[in-house]
Design a protein around this ligand. Structure first.
Ligand SMILES: *[C@@H]1O[C@H](CO)[C@@H](O)[C@H](O)[C@H]1NC(C)=O
Ligand SMILES: *[C@@H]1O[C@H](CO)[C@@H](O)[C@H](O)[C@H]1NC(C)=O
Ligand SMILES: *[C@@H]1O[C@H](CO)[C@@H](O)[C@H](O)[C@H]1NC(C)=O
Length: 423
C-alpha cells in the first residue's frame, strides 16, 4: 500500500513505516555477517501489524481514514520497544516485545492450552521454559482518542520522555504518555468566527534538548517558537520566524507555495529545517528575520505552477530530513527524485529511487533535469517528469549514512555510497 510515513528509532537499528491501509511495518537491521564482516547489515521485515482501522464519525457523518499520518518511537527503557502511531484523529501507543521461550509442562493445561481431564492428573510437575523460534508480539498499550476536532498532522515526543504533543490544523495538545483521558491544549489558533480563518498549523515538533520549547509551522510560511515556561497556553509565541516576501515575486500562488509542509530541529538543537513547495530552508534559532540558508529543490517548476495547481500537485506535502551530523539535508521531489544539499560545500545532487539503483552494490547516479538549453545525455526534460511519482517521505539514520526513501508503495533503503556520489 502507499507508504505515508517512515521513521528510524533513536539508534537506527529499527525502521518503521506506516501506510494508507493503516498498517505499520517494522524493519530491523541484521547484524553484520561473519563471512563479510565489513558489509553493512541489511534491513529485514521484523514485524507487521494493523495499527488503525477505518472508522465512522456519526456526529459529523464522516469517514475517518485508517491512514497512518505519523509514527514516533519512544526511547527504550527495557527489552520492549514502544512507538506512537496516529491517523487523523486517534493516537495509539504500541508495545513490541520479543519472545524466544515458551513455558511447557503445565499441570492443568495441555500443550494446546486446553484444560486436561483432571482425573488424568496424578502428579505435579514444575513447568519449564523451552526455547522456540523468535516471535515478535505487538500489543496495543494505550489509545489517546477524542483530543482532536481537526486532522492530526504531527506528533512529537518530548525530551522529558514523559509527555508528547499532537498537532492538528488549529490546535496543539500536550499528553502524558500514561494518561489517555485528558490532554492539555497548549496552542489554539481557532478564530471565534471560522470565516476569519487565514492560517492553519501544518507541522510541529519539540526541541530535542529543551523540554519547554517547541515550534510549529503555518500555511503562511512562518514558524513560531513557543516556551511552555512562559505560559500554559502558548498562543503568544516567544519567537516568530518569517521571511519578508519579495514583492517582485508576488503571484496568485505565492501563499500556497510558501506554506511550510515540514519542520525539523537539527540534532544539535541550534537550527530548524523547513520545507515549502519549491525550497528547503535552514533557520538559526537566534535569527528570526530570515533563513540563514535557502536551497532550491526544483526551481524549474516555478513556471509550471498553473498546471501544478490544476492537478493539485501544488498541495503536495514534502518532508525534509537532516543527516546525523546536521551537515547534509535531504528532501523529496517528483519523478521519484530526491535532493541532497551539502551545507558546507554547497554542492547539491538529484538522485533517483528506482529498482535499478537499489540493487546490491549499485551506485546512485546523479540525475539532471534540463530546462531548455543544451540537453546532455541522460538528462530528463521538465516536461517529461512524472508528477504521479513523488517522494514525500524520507528519513536519515541518526548516526550513519543510511537513508530510507518512500516512493509511493515502495520503500528504498540506500546505504553509505550515497554521499560519495554527491555532485
Ligand atoms: C533501537 O532499536 C535497537 C534494536 O532493537 C535497540 O537495540 C535500540 O536500543 C533502540 N534504540 C532506542 C534508543 O530505543
Ligand atoms: C524570486 O524568484 C526567483 C526566480 O524567479 C528566485 O530565484 C528567487 O529565489 C525568488 N525570491 C524569493 C524571495 O522567493
Ligand atoms: C553527514 O554527511 C556528511 C557528508 O556526506 C558525512 O561526512 C557525515 O558522515 C554524515 N553524518 C552522518 C552522521 O551520517
Amino acid at each position: 500500500d502507499i507508504i505515508s510515513t517512515v521513521e528510524f528509532n533513536h539508534t537506527g537499528e529499527l525502521l518503521a513505516t506506516g501506510d494508507k491501509g493503516g498498517r505499520v511495518v517494522i524493519f530491523q537491521r541484521e547484524p553484520e555477517s561473519k563471512n563479510a564482516p565489513h558489509s553493512q547489515g541489511e534491513y529485514d521485515v521484523y514485524s507487521t501489524f494493523q495499527s488503525h482501522e477505518p472508522e465512522f464519525d456519526y456526529l459529523k457523518s464522516l469517514e475517518i481514514e485508517e491512514k497512518i499520518n505519523k509514527i514516533k518511537w519512544l526511547p527504550q527503557h527495557n527489552a520492549a520497544h514502544s512507538l506512537l502511531s496516529t491517523n487523523d484523529k486517534t493516537i495509539k501507543l504500541w508495545k513490541i516485545t520479543e519472545r524466544d521461550k515458551r513455558p511447557e509442562g503445565y499441570n492443568l493445561k495441555d500443550e494446546e492450552g486446553k484444560l486436561k481431564d483432571l482425573s488424568t492428573v496424578t502428579s505435579l510437575q514444575v513447568p519449564v521454559l523451552k526455547p522456540m523460534d523468535l516471535m515478535v508480539e505487538v500489543s496495543p498499550r494505550r489509545v489517546f482518542a477524542n483530543g482532536h476536532t481537526y486532522h492530526i498532522n504531527s506528533i512529537s515526543v518530548n525530551s522529558d520522555c514523559e509527555t508528547y504533543m499532537s498537532a492538528d490544523d488549529l490546535r496543539i495538545n500536550l499528553w502524558h504518555l500514561a494518561v489517555t483521558d485528558r490532554s492539555f491544549n497548549i496552542v489554539d489558533i481557532k478564530p471565534a468566527n471560522m470565516e476569519d480563518l487565514t492560517e492553519v498549523i501544518t507541522a510541529s515538533e519539540f526541541h530535542p534538548h529543551h523540554c519547554n520549547l517547541f515550534v510549529y509551522s503555518s500555511s503562511k510560511g512562518s514558524l513560531r517558537l513557543c516556551d511552555m515556561r512562559a505560559a500554559a497556553l502558548c498562543d503568544k509565541h516567544s519567537k516568530l520566524f518569517e521571511e519578508p516576501e519579495d514583492p517582485s515575486n508576488r503571484s496568485f500562488f505565492s501563499e500556497i507555495i510558501s506554506s511550510v509542509s515540514d519542520v525539523k530541529f537539527s540534532h544539535s538543537g541550534r537550527y530548524m529545517l523547513t520545507r515549502d513547495y519549491l525550497t528547503v530552508k535552514v533557520w538559526d534559532l537566534n535569527m528570526e528575520a530570515r533563513p540563514i540558508e535557502t536551497y532550491q529543490v526544483h526551481d524549474y517548476l516555478r513556471s509550471k505552477l498553473c498546471s501544478l495547481y490544476e492537478n493539485d500537485c501544488i498541495f503536495d506535502k514534502f518532508e525534509c530530513a537532516w543527516n546525523g551530523s546536521d551537515s547534509v539535508i535531504m528532501t523529496g521531489a517528483y519523478n521519484n527524485f530526491f535532493r541532497m544539499f551539502d551545507r558546507n560545500t554547497k554542492r547539491d545532487v538529484t538522485l533517483e529511487a528506482s529498482r535499478e539503483s537499489s540493487k546490491p552494490r549499485a551506485v546512485l547516479k546523479p540525475r539532471r533535469v534540463c530546462v531548455g538549453g543544451k540537453r546532455r545525455r541522460d538528462d530528463i526534460s521538465v516536461d517529461s517528469l512524472d508528477f504521479t511519482k513523488k517522494i514525500l517521505h524520507t528519513a536519515w539514520h541518526p548516526a550513519e549514512n543510511i537513508i530510507a526513501v518512500a516512493a509511493t508503495n515502495n520503500l528504498y533503503i540506500f546505504q553509505d555510497k550515497v554521499n560519495s556520489e554527491m555532485h
